[in-house]
Design a binder for this molecule. Structure first.
Ligand code: NAD
Length: 497
């Protein structure tokens, strides 16, 4: 196999990208720098936001189905570039190639969804209490949408936001993770091709990209021309961005950290549950916001089930994510390993029994997934460590399992493995899981684009992707229209001159 740097050079050429700049492109496959990209200065970032704001004045006038045509062209180009783009995802963020391909497929899927949506940005008509009056709701373009994205889904999460924003009539300014700049530039280049094919109706500055670190994310959060800041990343990032945007009365959509749990009940299909939990906690090396972090198993099966899971973790194929046989790739960087090691030692100090978690001797950061039996759900089990660590707990009563599942500050994803209809219904009811995602007989990770994606509590409360998430990218207007010759006031108020 070629070195990651050689592959990156080939792909950069294919997408017409320069590797001559000042910000390093590092592949987690070997932890080495494979070139440099140009960092955006604050001056350029501000100019791009202002240009996007001028673009809004034009783009909002283009009919929505026509805006959908741009996204259709983009989706077509993504189909044509699926393989190389997936390779770049894998090279820059380290996820196995089948997941890289899945990530690009998710972009294609959301394009298709957004194209259909461009003819369905419906408002309501509402019965008025006044004779000869009609009420209606219209949805109008909102303004510039700033997108801050994380390294682990470097392009799909942007696509969830970007495609919806574009059909809703909003220009986009993207601040990708500084750990994945090249694949972001490749996507921006593909969108530029679609914009060129689309023609003059697409104004200059409709889509732009800011390459660099958190300071550029802060600039986006602070700029008054950015109507909505959609930010995906850690809870610490969201806490800062949410406050900054709120201070200027902007809108924010926050997609933050998770601490996801599954419950395995006595009636579960255990083979299915085992596969789902194995993928949930080890897939993407535990670097998904929806990765399984806590497993709550009925006491009657706990020991057997955990033994099987330990065996899977001890034998899972870990290595170069470009190899199709690899199931678990590297951690993104040394800092991720330090965070994992620190969590393991805190868990040990708190009485946790740890198996796995060793570093594998090779270039890059490769680790064996760790399983921890904790005496209580406390300390490190209450925070998200972005690594393949699974805490296991036992339960006796289903209500106690739900209490454990909900007993953390985050509220993104959850699942139950059961064939008992009462448990499944209870789990998804108002008194069941408190998460934005509550699955039955499926793991916590691997969502489809058709549903609204996001979570409660410290996960930030935002919803992206499918269902009616598009509403976040538009402004709602309520109109009352009087087609009578009288002027009755609402609530029977009298004001006769
Ligand atoms: P991160 O918070 O370090 O960075 C995410 C993005 O925010 C990057 O672009 C970064 O430059 C920017 N950023 C960081 N601090 C900022 C600040 N103070 N102001 C403005 N921008 C700032 O996260 P990461 O390590 O790239 O990704 C992992 C995290 O993302 C995990 O917590 C994971 O759960 C979360 N995540 C959540 C979702 C979701 O949909 N809920 C999806 C993917 C990842």
């Amino acid at each position: 196999m070629k070195s990651p740097a050689e592959d990156i050079e080939t792909l950069a050429k294919l997408f017409g990208l320069s590797l001559d700049g000042n910000l390093p492109v590092v592949s987690p496959i070997d932890g080495r720098s494979a070139g440099l990209v140009v960092e955006t200065t604050h001056e350029d970032a501000t100019a791009k936001i202002e240009l996007a704001n001028s673009a809004f004045l034009h783009w909002r006038k283009v009919p929505a189905p026509r805006r959908g045509e741009l996204v259709r062209l983009f989706g077509q180009l993504l189909r044509e570039h699926k393989e190389p783009l997936a390779q770049l995802v894998t090279l820059e963020c380290g996820k196995p190639i089948s997941e890289g391909l899945g990530e690009v497929q998710e972009m294609i899927d959301i394009c298709d969804f957004a194209v259909g949506l461009s003819r369905q940005l419906y408002g309501l008509t509402i019965a008025s209490e006044r004779p000869g009056h009609r009420m209606m709701e219209s949805w109008h373009p909102l303004g510039v949408v700033g997108i801050i994205s994380a390294f682990n889904f470097p392009v799909a999460v942007w696509a969830w936001n970007a495609t919806l924003a574009l059909v809703c009539g909003d220009p986009i300014v993207w601040k990708p993770s500084e750990k994945t700049p090249l694949v972001s530039l490749a996507v921006q280049a593909i969108l530029a091709m679609a914009i060129e094919d689309f023609g003059k109706e697409a104004p200059e500055g409709l889509s732009s990209i800011l390459i660099g670190g958190a300071d550029l994310g802060q600039l986006l959060a602070d700029h008054p021309a950015v109507s909505l800041v959609s930010a995906t990343g850690s809870t610490a990032m969201g806490r800062s961005v949410g406050v900054r945007v709120a201070q200027r009365f902007g809108r924010s959509l926050l997609e933050l950290g998770g601490n996801n749990a599954s419950i395995v009940t006595p009636s579960a299909d255990l083979d299915l549950a085992l596969r789902a939990c194995a993928f949930g906690f080890m897939g993407t090396a535990g670097q998904r916001c929806t990765s399984l972090r806590r497993l709550i198993v009925h006491e009657s099966l706990h020991d057997d089930f955990v033994t099987r899971l330990r065996a899977a973790a001890a034998s899972i194929r870990i290595g170069d994510p470009r190899d199709p046989a690899t199931l678990v790739g590297p951690l993104v960087d040394e800092a991720a390993f330090e965070a994992m090691a620190a969590t393991l030692s805190t868990a040990r100090a708190a009485g946790g029994k740890v198996t796995g978690g060793e570093r594998i001797e090779q270039e890059g950061v490769y680790v064996r997934p760790a399983i921890i039996e904790m005496p209580h759900q406390s300390g490190p089990a209450l925070i998200e460590t972005f690594a393949p660590i699974l805490y296991v707990f036992r339960y006796a009563e289903f209500e106690d399992a739900i209490a454990l599942l909900n007993g953390v500050p985050q509220g993104l994803s959850s699942s139950v493995f059961t064939n008992d209809m009462r448990e499944a219904e209870f789990f998804t009811s108002a008194t069941g899981s408190d998460c934005g995602i509550a699955n039955v007989n499926i793991g916590t990770s691997g969502a489809e684009i058709g549903g609204a994606f996001g979570g409660e509590k410290e996960t930030g409360g935002g919803r992206e992707s499918g269902s009616d998430s598009w509403r976040a990218y538009m402004r709602r207007q309520t109109s009352t229209i009087n087609y009578s010759r009288d002027l009755p006031l609402a609530q029977g108020v009298r004001f006769e001159l």
